[in-house]
Design a protein around this ligand. Sequence first.
Ligand code: SF4
Length: 117
Amino acid sequence: MNEKQMICIMCPIGCHVTVDENLNVTGNKCPRGKNYAIEEMTCPKRILTTTVKTDSKMMPRLSVKTDKPIEKSLLFEALEKLNHITVKKNVKIGDVIVKHILDTDVDIIATKLLIRE
Ligand code: SF4
């Protein structure tokens, strides 16, 4: 039988969860674990953190991340797109740098303050 075992990361308890090919989930102590396991089996997602270029000499790179998990299969394409971005404005933490990256519902947001000289 094709089963996958994983640790649920939705809370600090970290249940050891097993999901089979029919998406039956065992080992979860609550429904969030079932949802997590099914998503991991069918469409895994991850938070992406990286940096993008800026036009600031003092701070040539700005830390950014996705505002929610993005499909794992899109991570490299998203990184490639972000390689071509240069931020040319002051930004606050949480400001949107790229809205709806790769036509998803995921935004890229700043995780650092950027005040250009
Ligand atoms: S299944 Fe529920 S209780 Fe267990 S780690 Fe996931 S969120 Fe926490």
